[in-house]
Design a protein around this ligand. Structure first.
Ligand code: FES
Length: 98
């Protein structure tokens, strides 16, 4: 279990390791687009990892291929549906341009 802080609201929730960030965000009551329901096909769950990026599992091929097709991607980018929470605190930023 580790703390997930969601910006810009600043809401903080405890998340079990192995939970997708998409599930954790939705369970927290925050809203995030997820048009393909977590299949790494739409890219609408694009988020930035502001802190704790290196504690998360590495990007896998499917996620990397989708990120390559998106606008506004940076080294902080992840797909919330493909990113599993680790054992360390993480701060993410929900994007307003999707
Ligand atoms: S919900 Fe579609 S890529 Fe994450």
């Amino acid at each position: 279990m580790a703390q997930l802080t969601i910006q810009p609201s600043g809401k903080a929730v405890d998340v079990i390791a192995g939970t997708t960030l998409l599930s954790a965000i939705l369970a927290s009551g925050e809203s995030i687009p997820h048009k393909c329901d977590g299949k790494a096909q739409c890219g609408s769950c694009h988020i930035f990892i502001q802190e704790g990026r290196k504690t998360l599992p590495r990007i896998q091929k499917l996620e990397n291929e989708k990120l390559d097709t998106l606008v506004g991607v940076s080294s902080k980018s992840r797909l919330a549906c493909q990113t599993l929470m680790g054992e360390e605190p993480v701060t993410i930023e929900l994007l307003s341009f999707v």
